[in-house]
Design a protein. Structure first.
Length: 201
């Protein structure tokens, strides 16, 4: 079986085998390398991928469309690829001036699986708690550029605005060519506070 050959370490031909498998199964190589197919293929008890990968941007667009909002109306505070009961999902969270939204989007289909909206209390404005600063898209660009990539070349799995030690920071995670990158970006200045990369075996 082609997948067995790949995982037995088919040395120099491994890249070609992965490309053949992905073409035959109709998935992207990024999805394969991120592990969305699982180590045992479609017919075993491992998480499997049945369609093309939706991007974080597509998941954000689906959430905004469902909420009836434009991107210019919101501040994104969380964008993360995750697993929920064997299904790949994007967790998307964003704020308006008076409401906090939380969405779970099916990563294969773009369907809204779960959503909630909570009105902020009068003394609980988004700006007081967390300052979005440079914005999540700029933070993603800074991290990708530091890794020698364009934002489009990176497969983002997390982009989250957090308050750490009284400072607003973006936690950014992405993959490219089987390397996992993790960055912490100062939301106010865009400075890289911490980063690491690791080859994903």
């Amino acid at each position: 079986m082609l997948l067995d050959q790949i995982f037995r370490g088919a040395s120099l031909s491994g890249g070609k085998l992965i490309a053949q498998f992905c073409q035959r199964e109709g998935v992207t190589e990024e999805a394969f390398r991120f592990g969305l197919i699982g180590l045992y293929g479609r017919n075993r008890e491992a998480p499997c991928w049945d369609g093309a990968v939706e991007t974080i941007d597509a998941a954000k667009a689906a959430a905004l469309a469902d909420a009836g909002l434009a991107e210019s109306d919101v501040t994104f505070t969380k964008e993360k690829l995750d697993w929920d009961e064997g299904i790949a999902v994007y967790d998307i969270e964003f704020l308006t001036a008076d409401t906090e939204y939380d969405y779970e989007i099916d990563a294969a289909t773009g369907a809204v699986l779960d959503k909630s909206a909570e009105l902020l209390r009068p003394n609980e404005s988004p700006g007081q708690a967390i300052d979005a600063g440079i914005g999540v898209e700029s933070a993603k660009e800074i991290a990708a550029a530091h890794a020698g990539l364009s934002k489009e070349e990176a497969f983002f799995t997390k982009a989250e605005l957090e308050l750490e030690h009284g400072r607003s920071e973006y936690e950014i995670e992405f993959y490219h060519d089987r390397i996992e990158y993790e960055y912490t970006i100062d939301a106010a200045t865009g400075a890289i506070l911490e980063y690491k990369s690791e080859y994903d075996h």
